[in-house]
Design a protein. Sequence first.
Length: 272
Amino acid sequence: MTFFNLLKSAVFGLAILGVSVPAMADQLADIKAKGKIETATDMHYAPFDMLNNGTYEGMTKDLFDGVAKEIGAEPVYQDIPWTAELPGLEVKKFDIIIAPVTITPERLQRYAFTLPIADATVALLRAASNTDLKKPEDIKGKTVGVQQGTAQFKQLQAFGDKIGGVNIKEYGTTDEAYADLAAGRLDAVAGSLPNLNYLVKTRPETFAMFDKAAFGQPTYFAWVVRKDADSESFVKAINDAMLKMTDDGRVKAIQEKWLGAYTALPREVPTK
């Protein structure tokens, strides 16, 4: 008999004896009971999350609206700084982080990730007027901005060590880094490929990609949930919804709307 069957037998036996047994915690059941999903994201990360005249929009919202509908609960969207999101999740201030979080081996040990929602490969952005920077190695000795506490920062740091040194400047949001690049206070900005492509698409007069922009290992964005038994059913419900939306074409339509192209994503959570 398995441990789970033994546990069920013990619970059943206590019930027969009239002993009150507390119900096992289940995050999905709690969410359905209250009818809402408390989320957290940084609404300054276009094209995934942004504020348009005070209204939250972006690829993340479109995706999670669909997921929440499949689950049968109303999403509650909260604008939380990236540096406060993982600590807030751990103390249960919200149910899920829907900010695009890069899947890394270190984070997999501590958190539960959903299926990927987008490519997250790190790349480089320059000012449109700066044609001297063409390949990633050209940032040697240059000042490059990146959002603090991100996987992109770690990859930039490792790449800088490999090529002989890069002056890295950290920012609380990518918007601040883009502003400094436009003002000439940075030589380049490192970020995820879809974010940078979107920026160049919307502001081609100001920004341009390096000729060979990507320099990191292929990685993916996903959403993050607490890594405990209570959350397993919630993660499964999200993944089931994402697969359904992939198969019926909704994910493709959302990607094309915000990214301008469709990239097929893994149907399982990458483990490295």
